[in-house]
Every structure is written in C-alpha cells, then in structure tokens.
Design a protein around this ligand. Structure first.
Ligand code: NAD
Length: 262
C-alpha cells in the first residue's frame, strides 16, 4: 500500500503554490485531501485536478474566521469520515519596512498566519483527540521565523509565532499521539501567488535585480545552488507525516537549499 493510503488530510491555502503541491503529493501517496482556500471555485478547481470527489474536495474557508474553520473541518469529517493530517499553509506577505507597516497590515498578517493556524490547529486537534488515532499537524513556517530579512517585520513575526505554536502543540498533543512539526522554506518563487502578487517585485527591487531573475538570484545565494520549488516542500511534508519519522515531533525542517547555513 502507499504510505498515506486511507489517511484524510486538510491543507489550507491549497488552491495555489506550495499548498497545492502538498495536496497533490499527499493525494499521490494515497490520501484523501480537503483543499481549503478563500475562494470556493479555485479550491474546487484545484481539488478536481487531483481526481473525483472520492479523492479530493475543495472548501471555502478563511482561516482567520473560527466558524469557517470549523465548517471546513466538519466538511472533511463528512466527506471522508475522519481526519488524520492537517497542514497550516495559508498565508500572505505584505512585506513592508517598519515605518510603512500599518496597524492594519500587522493585524492582517497575524490574523491569517498566527491566529489562522491557531484556529485550524485547535479545531483539528479536537477532531484528532476524539478519534483517538493520533495524527499529524504541519506548519509551513519560514526561514524568516528564525532569520531576519529586509522589509517584512509583520510577516516574519507571524512566522516566528507559528514556529512556537509547533513546539507548544507538540508538547500538548503528544500524549494523544498527535505529532506537530514545521517546515521552513525559503525562496520558492515558481508557482507562488505571494511572489507573483507583489512580493516578487518588492524583493527584486530590494536586491536591485529584474523580477524574472529572482528564482536564480535566490538559488545562487544558497549552498546547493538549486532553486527551491513547491514540490521540495511537499516532499518534506510527505517525509514528516510518513511512517519513517514516527518518533519525531516539534521539529522544523529547512527546505531552503541550505541558505540558512550559508
Ligand atoms: P500562495 O499565494 O501561492 O499560496 C497561499 C494561499 O493561501 C493562496 O491560495 C491564498 O488564497 C491562501 N490564503 C491567503 N489568505 C487566506 C486565508 N485567510 N484563509 C485561507 N486561505 C488563505 O503562496 P505560497 O508561496 O505557496 O505560500 C504558502 C505558504 O508558504 C505561506 O504560509 C507562506 O508564508 C509560506 N512560505 C512561502 C515561501 C516562499 O518562498 N514562497 C517561503 C517561506 C514560507
């Protein structure tokens, strides 16, 4: 059997980019997948790419809205009869210097990534504890949770918040057999709506390069000299939630071609 056969996964922000690659990989490994994203049509279209509704369903859920998060979890339970694995991936980046970052910017970043992943983990944990079958919660945090980069205080602060949620929940949910781990990607330009939606232009300006060169620019400053793509992050989710790392919890895996060590 495939490694994730019969497991039921919910991935937030999975209509695009890294989340979509994670959903695709989990489905390929035999999981049934719920794709939760802001826009219902986009979530359903991404789900349809994975197969019929016996394999993947799309649901609309703003992760910053507790009632909407509960509905998404309930839809997973209804569609597939359980829940085993949740990936906190939904996110956005406003990427501004300190003096341009408004209170509203700060609140939006924290609503979606810090509060949003807290709400998703809370609703998921309730279902996982009730089932008594253990499970996995994954956070797509960032290299920026540990290392400082230019012009993104609000984004990076929420990523650090997420990183601590991983440690706290690993401690709190361990007795229920629920493992909680994080992934710290960096420089995933290809396929990323965050990069396409303005962050890429912002970074390119910061580094004094053309936006089209950004992927290569990131690759060049890494140890491996390899561009990081969404599938590399999906590989890390597969390994962290698979049987081989069954005694690993509270860990963060960098997926950054080694840039954090450079
Ligand atoms: P993306 O824009 O392609 O994907 C983000 C998805 O989240 C989108 O589909 C968006 O609609 C959804 N989303 C935004 N707000 C939401 C909300 N309130 N509720 C539900 N869904 C919401 O970008 P991506 O690069 O694939 O980013 C995915 C995650 O990876 C983010 O958390 C991001 O911070 C993190 N990350 C990305 C990189 C990178 O280099 N691209 C690096 C480190 C971390």
């Amino acid at each position: 059997p495939k490694s994730h056969q019969g497991r039921i996964a919910l991935v937030t922000g999975a209509a695009s980019g890294i989340g979509k690659a994670i959903a695709t990989r989990l489905a390929a490994e035999g999981a049934c997948v719920v794709i939760a994203d802001l826009d219902l049509e986009k979530a359903q279209a991404a789900a349809a790419e994975l197969g019929g509704t016996d394999v993947a369903v799309g649901v609309a859920a703003n992760v910053a809205d507790e009632a909407a998060v509960q509905r998404a979890i309930d839809e997973a339970l209804l569609a597939f009869g359980g829940l085993d694995l949740v990936v906190n991936n939904a996110g956005l980046s406003l990427s501004k210097p300190l003096l341009e970052t408004t209170e509203k910017d700060w609140d939006l970043q924290h609503d979606v990534m810090a509060k949003g992943s807290f709400l998703v983990s809370k609703a998921a944990a309730k279902a996982l504890i009730e089932q008594q079958l253990g499970g996995d919660i994954i956070y797509i945090s960032s290299k920026n949770s540990v290392f400082a980069g230019p012009n993104n205080i609000a984004y990076s602060a929420t990523k650090a918040d997420q990183a601590h949620q991983v440690r706290l929940l690993a401690v709190e949910l361990g007795e229920h057999g629920v493992r909680v781990n994080g992934i710290n990607p960096d420089g995933v330009v290809r396929g990323s709506g965050i990069f396409a939606g303005g962050w890429g232009a912002n970074r390119a300006k910061t580094y004094g390069i053309d936006e089209a060169e950004l992927g290569q620019y990131y690759a060049n400053r890494t140890i491996l000299k390899r561009e990081v793509v969404p599938e590399n992050v999906a590989d890390a989710v597969y390994v962290l939630t698979g049987p081989e790392l069954s005694r690993t919890t509270g860990l963060h895996i960098p997926v950054d071609s080694g840039v954090a060590q450079a």
